[in-house]
Design a protein around this ligand. Structure first.
Ligand SMILES: CC(C)(COP(=O)(O)OP(=O)(O)OC[C@H]1O[C@@H](n2cnc3c(N)ncnc32)[C@H](O)[C@@H]1OP(=O)(O)O)[C@@H](O)C(=O)NCCC(=O)NCCS
Length: 173
């Protein structure tokens, strides 16, 4: 048996008023480092600029249903469900990248949205997040360019239909 310490499992909780500054840090670190291969420095700077105005970033987080993933009580990622059926924000701190944090967040938002009756979930996925959403069964629909600050950033609108339910149990005649 290995003596290696097990990575602590993230927990989920709703957004708290005191989270804004830490989530802005996660937002910027995720863009700066994880999106580096997909967007230029100028594009990433414009994207990070969305969190410059703390009050408008706080409002953006609070406008939807924001879930925060924590490890040992510290936020490490967050995701927002906007309205009934749109995943609006999904950001994970680079120190916790590829550790299943986004999976945990989106699992929870999908369950919630579909349980509330959403027929389909939509997201405008960054090029960085596209493989993540493809792996979860989201289908690319349209390619877009969004104006952010002085830059244009490409993304892809992707959708996932609600599960149709379990197939009927076959009964033997
Ligand atoms: C996209 C993002 C949220 C993924 O977060 P994460 O916690 O690392 O994702 P997970 O660990 O849950 O990944 C689950 C699976 O998705 C796929 N995946 C995730 N990131 C990927 C990447 N950069 N490239 C290829 N596949 C990726 C993999 O199949 C991964 O499973 P694996 O690690 O066992 O191979 C994170 O990279 C991020 O914050 N990116 C920068 C900000 C951004 O673009 N946000 C999206 C805005 S729409």
């Amino acid at each position: 048996m290995s003596d290696a310490p097990r990575a602590p499992k993230p927990a989920l909780r709703p957004l708290l008023p005191a989270d804004t500054a830490r989530l802005a840090d996660i937002f910027c670190a995720a863009i700066e480092i994880l999106a580096e291969e997909d967007y230029s420095e100028a594009q990433r700077a414009a994207w990070m600029g969305v969190s410059d105005d703390t009050e408008s970033f706080r409002k953006k987080l609070a406008a939807g249903l924001t879930l925060v993933a924590t490890i040992a009580g510290e936020p490490v990622g967050f995701a927002t469900l906007k309205g009934a059926d749109a995943i609006d924000m999904l950001y994970v701190h680079p120190d916790q990248s590829r550790a299943g944090v986004a999976t945990m967040l989106v699992d929870a938002l999908e369950k919630l949205a579909f349980a509330r009756g959403a027929k389909k979930l939509t997201t405008d996925a960054s090029d960085t997040a596209k493989p993540f959403f493809l792996g979860r069964g989201y289908i690319p629909r349209t390619r877009n360019v969004a104006s952010v600050g002085d830059e244009w950033l490409a993304n892809t609108t992707m959708t996932k239909d609600a599960a149709i339910g379990e197939p009927p149990t076959r009964t033997l005649q």
